[in-house]
Design a binder for this molecule. Sequence first.
Ligand code: DX5
Ligand code: ZN
Length: 207
Amino acid sequence: MILSPSILAADFSKIEQEIKELDEYKVEWVHLDVMDGEFVPATTFTHVLVEEIRPLTKMFFDVHLMVVNPKDMIEDYVNAGADLITFHYEAVEDSLELINYIKSFNVKVGISIKPNTSVDEIVELLPYLDLVLVMSVEPGKGGQAFMLNALEKIERLSEYDLLVEVDGGVNEETGKQCLDAGADVLVAGSFVFKDKKNIKVLNNLDR
Ligand code: DX5
Ligand code: ZN
C-alpha cells in the first residue's frame, strides 16, 4: 500500500515544515490537489507551488488536476516536477489523446472518475493508464464523508494491471475497506494532517 497525503489539509503558512514531517514519517508520495474554480468551485494552487516545494523532498509528486483545461497545464506541471499527472475523465473530450500527450513527457498518467461516473465509461482506456483515481467524495474540498459506492469500483479496477488510488474521506475505517477492496494508493488529507501519527495508523492497515 502507498499512502499519498493530500497537502490540501496542510498548514500552508508552514508548508516547508509540513513536507519535512512527511519525510520524517517516510511517506513516499504526496498528493497535490489542483483546483481551478471552474471544474470545482474552489481554487487551490498552481504549478508555482509545486516548483517551490520540489527542492524540499524526493517524495513522488502525485498531481490531481481538478481543472477544465488540463492539457494547457501539463507542461508546466512536468517542468515543476510532477511524477504522475491525473486528470478528470469528465473534464476532457478526448481522454486517449491526453493520455498519450502526458506520456510523451515521460511522466506517469492517471485518470480520475467522480462518484457518479462508472468504470464502464473508462474501461477502454485502462490499458493505456498507470493509475485510476476513484473519487470517494465529490471533488472540491477536503473533510467530506467517504461514499461507499467507491468500493465496488475499486474492486473491479483491481483486476487490471494498473494502480488503483482512492481519494476522499479516507480514515482508519474507510482506508481498511479500500485496501480490502484492492486499492493500492490511499489519499488522505484531514485524517493525516489533524495528527501525523495517523500516517502510522494507515500504514499499519497494510499488515
Ligand atoms: C477532494 C480532494 C481530496 C481531498 C481529500 O477534492 O481531491 O484529495 O483533499 O481530503 P480528505 O482526506 O480530507 O477527504
Ligand atoms: Zn485529490
